[in-house]
Ligand binder design. Structure first.
Ligand code: CMP
Length: 136
């Protein structure tokens, strides 16, 4: 079954602050929760991207060309760049621990951006930051 409940989304995620109850409910329906084992490669640099993920629990490492560039944790999003740009994955993301992630298909991600302009703005600001870091 797909769809999470509002209380399954990371409540402390700055991404969702300022959303109305109605928006939160609509947003939470879009996500599919997945448990992944430590060491799982969640995105591979250079591959086509088909989903974006929000971390519910656990942490993941972000590597570009073999160099670690970031650690991501609960409430953080990844995999959005390939969906936004249509370009190949910019980095490899690997689970450092067992993780629970909330996944979105390309279409669900597009619906997420449509649900709330506030949320879309936050996701886009983070995406631009990551692209700038990648270009540096
Ligand atoms: P995407 O390119 O689809 O797949 C790899 C993901 O790693 C990318 O989307 C971002 O979500 C994430 N990512 C890339 N670069 C960084 C960075 N510098 N900091 C944090 N996350 C990043």
């Amino acid at each position: 079954m797909s769809g999470t409940n509002v209380d399954q989304l990371p409540g402390d995620s700055a991404l969702f602050s300022g959303l109305s109850k109605k928006e939160l409910k609509a947003v939470s329906r879009l996500f599919t929760p997945l448990t992944v084992a430590q060491g799982t490669v969640l995105t591979r640099e250079g591959e086509v991207g088909r989903e974006a993920m929000l971390i519910t629990s656990g942490t993941a490492s972000v590597e570009r060309e073999g160099n670690k560039v970031a650690t991501l944790g609960p409430g953080e999003f990844f995999g959005e760049l390939a969906l936004l740009t249509g370009a190949p994955r910019m980095a490899m993301v690997t689970a450092d621990t067992e993780m629970v992630v909330a996944a979105l298909s390309r279409q669900e991600f597009a619906s997420l951006l449509d649900t709330s302009p506030k949320l879309a703005q936050k996701i886009l600001v983070d995406a631009v930051r990551r692209l700038r870091e990648g270009a540096a």
